[in-house]
Design a protein around this ligand. Sequence first.
Ligand SMILES: NC(=O)c1ccc[n+]([C@@H]2O[C@H](COP(=O)([O-])OP(=O)(O)OC[C@H]3O[C@@H](n4cnc5c(N)ncnc54)[C@H](O)[C@@H]3O)[C@@H](O)[C@H]2O)c1
Length: 260
Amino acid sequence: MLNLGIIGCGNIGRTIIRAIYEGKIDCKVIGVFDANKDGYNALSDEIKRQLKFFDDFDKFIKEDANLILEAASQQAVKEYAVNVLNHDKNLMLMSVGALVDKNLSDEIRRIAKTKNLKIYIPSGAVVGIDGVKAAMLGGIESVTLTTRKNPKGLGVTADNEKILFDGNTNEAVVKFPKNINVAATLSLAGIGFEKTKVKIIANPNVSENIHEIRIKGNFGEILTVARNLPSPDNPKTSYLASLAAMACLKRITSEIEIGT
Ligand SMILES: NC(=O)c1ccc[n+]([C@@H]2O[C@H](COP(=O)([O-])OP(=O)(O)OC[C@H]3O[C@@H](n4cnc5c(N)ncnc54)[C@H](O)[C@@H]3O)[C@@H](O)[C@H]2O)c1
């Protein structure tokens, strides 16, 4: 049985908790940890009766979970990821941008390997990660992520389409830290933070968060487009990101694995 602990009871955390209590994923939530109780309070009374809330990480991590899902912030990954693995628990990360920090990334991989634990990184708000992973084994020439968002979602104003950033993932982290999770996931699956190209475009005519991936290699070419609608209770988070985490949990608990 998968016993899940969740760090972060925000939009993604609550969407996953509700799905588990609706029976969509075969696992038990042993508790949720958050620095702020507002997200937990927004859950239904029925769920709250069954779900323990923790504001003390040391107590939370002693509970009987075998997988901890981080759905909080890059800061939370820095604060808790090593601690989670050191308590012999598998880890699933949503705030993937934190792994641009090579020291942290190397450290959690080292602990996971030594302890025979797993670090899961769901595809998140993007499609095509399966193709990137497969293409890597044959050889990839280039990977480009083009993200188009409404200027409001990027904190800028623009009357026409405007390229705000054109560089690689490492540089995007510095200039657009809040828009880095998708680029980080793509970089980890493929040719890395330095070689993965990233374009961030503000377009006043789009309402969705659109992520386009183009991969060229000796297999041919892949082009994927995800036109993401925002989550019902957090316009900054694409609904697909929560669904991808749920699908990742389903894959872990299922007897059959489909896709790479
Ligand atoms: N991988 C992807 O494609 C993808 C897509 C969307 C969002 N995300 C990331 O997932 C994370 C969660 O997203 P969300 O929409 O649920 O956010 P949210 O703001 O709705 O919720 C985050 C919750 O975590 C808590 N939290 C944050 N930092 C904490 C800390 N250091 N210690 C304890 N609690 C902490 C907050 O109090 C909040 O309740 C964010 O980092 C976001 O950038 C990833």
